[in-house]
Design a protein around this ligand. Structure first.
Ligand code: ADP
Ligand code: MG
Ligand code: MG
Length: 482
């Protein structure tokens, strides 16, 4: 879907194919390296809490344009500030989501929490954003990066991505290419994000208070989450991490006299959501009540409800409209630089502009991807499937979706290795998506911490629409800069 015969192929870091005996040997080693270093997940098909599979990976690092990587890294503090400002702009969030929440029940539920919290005033002025801005290089603009989306909730894979760099360096060295290791940028994503949580914990300033991870009923991406937990305990031995589902918070949680979030007798300083971003995480009103309870508490939320809403696709679409960035960024150079990473994003609201994008999508669906207000992959509609999907919706229902220009990334060729996959693996055509992590902490008036915090690369078969690693089409990777 995302490529055709004319799509350029990026130069590989080493010559392929590898001789079969060497390929078999190094792949077997890389699998063991992954399992032994926690680049692993729980199996969805043969689940057991007692065992792990390695997470799908690309054997040798995929090439990524150096200039574009460096651009994405340099932009992250600006994007952090942008998202922080957007999250604190009540009028912008309210008007941008006005049509969407009429038809999208999930976003409406989030928005209702926001509305209720606004009405009573925020108990905790500070928020922490652990963001991940995702990009693909776009071939028709000289491989300039274009933003796929920005995540403000449960931005994952910092833990495993950090492990992938030494793993792929090991593989390159095994293959006799130690001279090339310097082209793989170091990745401090895990420490970057966790140190951010601890900075928020410091702001809360109660030595006995804990950090709470909100988790799914079953965590398949357990290693990534545990890396965060273990890093915090190992680096800051006095800080405890608790893991609870929304259901458990509903059962155990209450507010203290100063609106402290209490779980039993433990006070929570920081709440880190690794769940709560999709409807399936809310089994009943109990989970929504738990979310509201946490939101009204004194704990510092990652994300707070306004940060969560600022990360919706609808807000992303609104930000890409002309002159909107000026509302949030002062420096004209920064506005220009951020504006360039946006590709065409179109509203499908029930008005003149929305109807024009609807007609455009019916005329040339192959140019677009259609996105609802959802996270976690697997929710979008692509190309020729768009007209049918749109025609099934009423005019008002369309406003729950946005339309976006398809980005066409260059190809790379390499070996994708997955549990139970072919041995030796075959060379396949792939495309990559770069994620840059950012940390931002502040209140409505001030930003007290703002930094870029490492990266991740996810690579999928060029024929796949989406590359969810857990879903089976994507694989973990890290950039080899060319
Ligand atoms: P989610 O929040 O569910 O991850 P995304 O916007 O990241 O939603 O879309 C999921 C996947 O769909 C991306 O990882 C990417 O592979 C593909 N995708 C999304 N937008 C585009 C686009 N504009 N062009 C090409 N592929 C896209
Ligand atoms: Mg997302
Ligand atoms: Mg995504």
């Amino acid at each position: 879907m995302s490529s055709d015969a004319n799509t350029p192929v990026l130069r590989n870091c080493i010559r392929l194919p590898l001789p079969e005996d060497e390929l078999l040997e190094v792949t077997a080693k890389a699998k063991d390296y992954a399992i032994m270093h926690g680049a692993a997940m729980r199996s969805k098909t043969a689940f057991s809490p007692d065992s792990l599979n390695f997470a799908p990976f690309v054997l040798v690092p995929s090439s990524f344009p150096r200039k574009e990587f460096e651009k994405a890294v340099a932009l992250q503090p600006i994007i952090n500030r942008l998202m922080h400002n957007v999250a604190h702009d009540e009028e912008f969030i309210t008007t941008t989501l006005a049509e969407t929440i009429k038809v999208d029940e999930f976003t409406a539920n989030l928005f209702n929490i926001y509305r209720k919290v606004l009405a009573h005033g925020f108990t905790q002025a500070y928020s922490i954003g652990l963001l991940r801005s995702d990009y693909m290089a776009h071939v028709s603009e000289g491989c300039a990066i274009k933003q796929v989306e920005i995540n403000t909730v449960a931005s994952s894979f910092a833990g495993i991505a950090t492990q992938l760099v030494p793993q792929q360096k090991f593989v390159l060295s095994e293959l006799g290419h130690a001279d090339k290791l310097h082209n793989m940028p170091n990745n401090k994503a895990l420490s970057g994000l966790c140190d951010g949580m601890v900075k928020a914990w410091d702001i809360y300033a109660k030595p006995k208070a804990v950090i709470l991870f909100i988790i799914e009923d079953v965590s398949y991406n357990i290693c990534d989450q545990r890396f965060h937990e273990f890093y915090i305990r190992e680096t800051y031995p006095h800080i405890k991490v608790l893991r609870r589902t929304l259901t458990e918070v509903h059962r155990e949680g209450k507010l203290g006299l100063g609106k402290e979030l209490l779980l039993g007798n433990q006070e929570v300083a920081v709440i880190y959501f690794r769940a709560g971003y999709e409807p399936g995480h809310y089994h009943s009103q109990a989970e929504w009540d738990a979310r509201y309870l946490m939101e009204t508490s004194l704990a510092i939320k990652c994300p707070s409800i306004h940060y969560h809403l600022a990360g919706t696709k609808k807000v992303q679409q609104a930000l890409a409209q002309p002159a909107v960035l000026e509302r949030f960024i002062n420096d004209p150079e920064e506005i220009k630089a951020v504006g360039k990473i946006f590709t065409g994003l179109y509203s499908l609201d029930d008005n003149e502009a929305g109807n024009a994008s609807y007609e455009m999508a019916l005329r040339t669906p192959e140019r677009f991807v259609l996105k609802p207000q959802r996270e976690g992959g697997g929710n979008n509609v692509y190309g020729v499937d768009i007209p049918d999907a749109l025609k099934r919706m009423s005019r008002v229902e369309r406003s729950a979706w946005i339309l976006m220009d398809l980005i066409h990334p260059p190809l790379t060729k390499g070996y994708m290795v997955r549990p139970g996959g072919d041995m030796p693996p075959q060379i396949v055509d792939m495309v990559s998506e770069l994620g840059i992590f950012g940390v931002v902490i502040g209140d409505a008036e001030h930003i007290v911490h703002n930094y870029q915090a490492g990266h991740m690369l996810r690579t999928k078969l060029s024929t796949a629409n989406e590359g969810g690693v857990a879903a089976g089409l994507g694989a973990l990777d890290s950039p080899y800069l060319i």
